[in-house]
Design a protein around this ligand. Structure first.
Ligand code: CDP
Ligand code: MG
Length: 140
């Protein structure tokens, strides 16, 4: 099924200059960029984005990290895009990320792990409109 998913190049990876490499990895896998922008979240905006994790012990540190500098957010479209992006990202903890994945290449640790990708259709349906109104998403 053709799907759309939300990905984020996180502040660590933007700062380190990996934005282009990360987007290239998605495009080389056949995914299409349907929307793209750079922005700097406030702590409250980061809390809103990660609201599903509000009871988790890492919520405070995670939302501080996600608001420490600019991020690049993108909508990716393609056949099985949600799973495909998750596969290209690699495991949350870079110690467990398969060789060649974004997190194996660029993540420092389980928090500062370079990239986000929606984990389900339900997550994508919350996360895409969190950043993009429909007129900013290209029909491909
Ligand atoms: O991003 P992913 O879906 O792989 O993982 P998650 O379980 O949804 O967690 C969201 C984010 O919280 C992770 O990408 C990490 O940045 C952070 N996290 C953390 O700091 N410590 C953990 N034990 C788990 C996640
Ligand atoms: Mg997640």
């Amino acid at each position: 099924m053709v799907e759309r998913t939300l990905s984020i190049v996180k502040p660590d990876a933007v700062k380190a200059g990996h934005t282009g490499d990360i987007i290239s990895m998605f495009e080389r896998a056949g995914l299409k960029v349907a929307a793209l922008k750079m922005l700097h979240l406030t702590p409250d905006e980061a809390k809103g984005f990660y609201i599903v994790h509000k009871e988790r012990p890492f919520y405070g540190d995670l939302t501080k990290f996600m608001s420490e500098g600019p991020i690049v957010v993108l909508v990716l479209e393609g056949e099985d895009a949600i799973k495909m992006v998750r596969d290209i990202m690699g495991a949350t903890n870079p110690k467990n990320a398969a060789p060649g994945t974004i997190r194996a290449l660029f993540a420092a640790d389980i928090e500062r792990n370079a990239v986000h990708g929606s984990d389900s259709e339900k997550s994508a349906a919350y996360e895409i409109p969190f950043f993009f109104p429909s007129i900013e998403i290209m029909g491909l």
